[in-house]
Design a protein around this ligand. Structure first.
Ligand code: AMP
Length: 134
């Protein structure tokens, strides 16, 4: 069965999209550690990040960079942190998490966010993308 993220890629499940291209998609985590917590995925379904072909791995990280900059511009934070976990969804992904300190690197802080709140944050991140990409 297709992963939850493949179902999102194929349009069979909704997401709060930030941006996409032919190979990658960035969208909000529905259980954010902090508002703006995003996931960046390759559209190709591969379970383990470090099993990605080199080009896809490098492409994923390059795709994540402006997304992280847009998150930082949209959401007040010291740094956008990166976590790679993959214990819940077997489809390679990188968590981009607005953080103020090491204490924010904790999934114990994750809380389900409402759709209106997610929509608002996604819009504010999307608005920053053209600025960080120029
Ligand atoms: P992990 O696989 O441990 O890196 O965690 C997967 C992450 O995906 C968790 O933070 C979940 O909150 C998130 N997640 C699961 N389903 C969805 C979904 N349908 N839309 C957005 N995020 C999701």
């Amino acid at each position: 069965m297709a992963s939850i993220f493949t179902q999102i890629v194929e349009g069979n499940l909704p997401c709060h999209k930030i941006c996409e291209n032919d190979s990658f998609l960035a969208f909000l985590d529905i259980n954010p550690i902090k508002p703006g917590h995003s996931l960046v995925i390759p559209k190709k379904e591969v379970d383990y990040l470090f099993d990605l072909e080199d080009d896809l791995y490098r492409g994923l990280m390059a795709f994540a960079k402006p997304v992280a900059e847009a998150i930082r511009a949209a959401v007040s934070c010291q740094r956008v942190g990166v976590i790679v976990a993959g214990y819940e969804v077997p489809h390679a992904h990188v968590h981009l998490i607005p953080t103020e300190s090491m204490a924010d690197f904790s999934f114990a802080l994750a809380r389900r966010a409402s759709d209106p709140d997610l929509a608002k944050v996604a819009e504010s991140i999307r608005q920053q993308l053209p600025r960080v990409q120029s």
